[in-house]
Design a protein around this ligand. Structure first.
Ligand SMILES: *Cc1c(COP(=O)(O)O)cnc(C)c1O
Length: 426
């Protein structure tokens, strides 16, 4: 496969943009090699700058649950753009979008739209602090919530009193207020809540972890977080930026039957345009300006183009049977890859939920960041390159989800499994 044009573009980009990319995971640092520059997408496929075609399992890292360039979404965005792209004043589209979100997500009564998932989680933390009058936050090792200072913190060891910032430039006071527990380990949360009684504003969690690769919650884990948050007067924040409108139309909270106090949304909610959202009960959202003392604003927030694309996406996702189809295709890929790996005698763990899965190169089950880190990442990198050579584009990191859209077909699944068989044995 010739990727000459991608290589030329990457060389130019590196002289103009840090690392040649506008978001680090795009640089392929964890798998090595030169990133593919894409030019066009349609349905489940994307074409690169050299004209090669791929079955796309990145799907823009989640937003494209209906595939690339869905004609109805494109038309909705074009129609909206033709009437003006932004007013900095309210529009009817925002009202319709808010109604759709409130109807979909059980725990949301009032919702505020922002421009990214990062803005949603950042604002949710500010809201939790404003509402509770407390400052500490508990997050989970391997949980990614965007690049807000307070959330760029990973695990210290044991009951870490001080978070360790894993980005340079994060103010140490922010990092210190963020404490890290282990995913699927209720006791690690309880210890922190006990050690800092009355100081924890919120527990923020991806209800299905998606940024250590896909790691579903073990039975009872989310229920325990709900109980612990209540008994300690902390708020529970579900970061559903990936799982919202993916795990189910109502998000992971509707699948597992556990309601958070605050929900963060992003990715799918914008239909491929930059949108994030945070929402909660009226009681909590009354804290947000102009109703209350917590300031949060955005010049382009709720702009008509993004709202129109989001509305059309959510309307299309209400079509009966669509989640059954996405779930069935995810299951076919997950179990099919399981068989292919078993036949090739390559140890693998395949974790999946509706619309997302991860193939871990590991003999042991992956249930948290520690077990995810123990997987064979070199083997993943080789597999990644072998797949792209065969016209399948998986996420360029072991710690990311493969996203399955409603546009992926049975034929895509068969081709993907054949490519994997060939990649492992060829
Ligand atoms: C992608 C992601 C974010 C950040 O969203 P951006 O739109 O990239 O800022 C936050 N939380 C989770 C769980 C994510 O996967």
């Amino acid at each position: 496969m010739d990727r000459k044009r991608s290589t030329e573009l990457f060389d130019q980009a590196r002289n103009l943009i840090p690392g040649g990319v506008n978001s680090p995971a795009r640089a392929w640092n964890s798998v090595g090699g030169t990133p593919i520059f894409f030019e066009r997408g349609e349905g489940s496929r994307a074409w690169d700058a050299d004209g090669n075609s791929y079955i796309d399992y990145v799907c823009s890292w989640g937003p494209l649950i209906l595939g690339h360039a869905h004609p109805e979404i494109i038309k909705a965005a074009q129609d909206a753009a033709g009437s003006g792209t932004s007013f900095g004043a309210p529009t009817e589209l925002e009202v319709r979008m808010a109604q759709l979100v409130a109807d979909a997500v059980p725990s949301i009564e009032l919702v505020r739209f922002v421009n990214s998932g990062t803005e949603a989680t950042m604002s949710a933390l500010r809201l939790a602090r404003a509402y509770t009058g407390r400052n500490r936050i508990i997050k989970f090792d391997g949980g990614y919530h965007g690049h807000d200072d307070a959330l760029l913190v990973e695990a210290g060891s044991g009951v870490a009193a001080q978070g360790i910032a894993n980005s340079a430039g994060v103010h140490p006071d922010y990092a210190a207020a963020t404490m890290v527990a282990d995913y699927n380990d209720t006791a690690s949360v309880e210890r922190l809540l006990e050690a800092y009684k009355g100081e924890v504003a919120a527990i923020i969690v991806e209800p299905v972890a998606g940024n250590m690769g896909v790691v579903p919650p073990q039975p009872g884990f989310l229920e325990s977080l709900r109980e612990l948050a209540d008994s300690h007067g902390a708020l529970l924040i579900f970061d559903e930026v990936i799982t919202g409108f993916r795990a189910a139309y109502g998000g992971a909270q509707s699948v597992y039957g556990v309601g958070p106090d605050i929900t963060c949304l992003g990715k799918i909610v914008g239909g491929g345009f930059p949108v994030g959202a945070y929402g909660a009960s009226k009681e909590i959202m009354q804290t947000v300006a102009p109703l209350g003392p917590m300031y949060q604003a955005g010049t382009l927030s709720g702009n008509p183009v993004a709202m129109a694309a989001g509305i059309k996406t959510l309307e299309l996702l209400q079509e009966p049977g669509i989640y059954d189809r996405i779930a069935a295709n995810t299951e076919k890929l997950a179990s099919g890859l399981g068989t292919v790996f078993a036949e090739a005698e390559v140890p693998a763990q395949i974790n999946s939920v509706c619309g997302a899965f991860t193939v871990f190169f590991s003999e042991a089950p992956v249930t948290d960041m520690k077990s995810a880190s123990a997987t064979d990442r070199d083997a993943f990198a080789r597999f990644f390159h072998a797949m792209t050579e065969r016209g399948v584009y998986p996420p360029p990191s072991q710690f990311e989800a493969w996203f399955v859209s409603a546009a992926h077909t049975d034929e895509d699944v068969e081709q993907t499994l054949a490519a994997a068989r060939d990649a492992l044995t060829g």
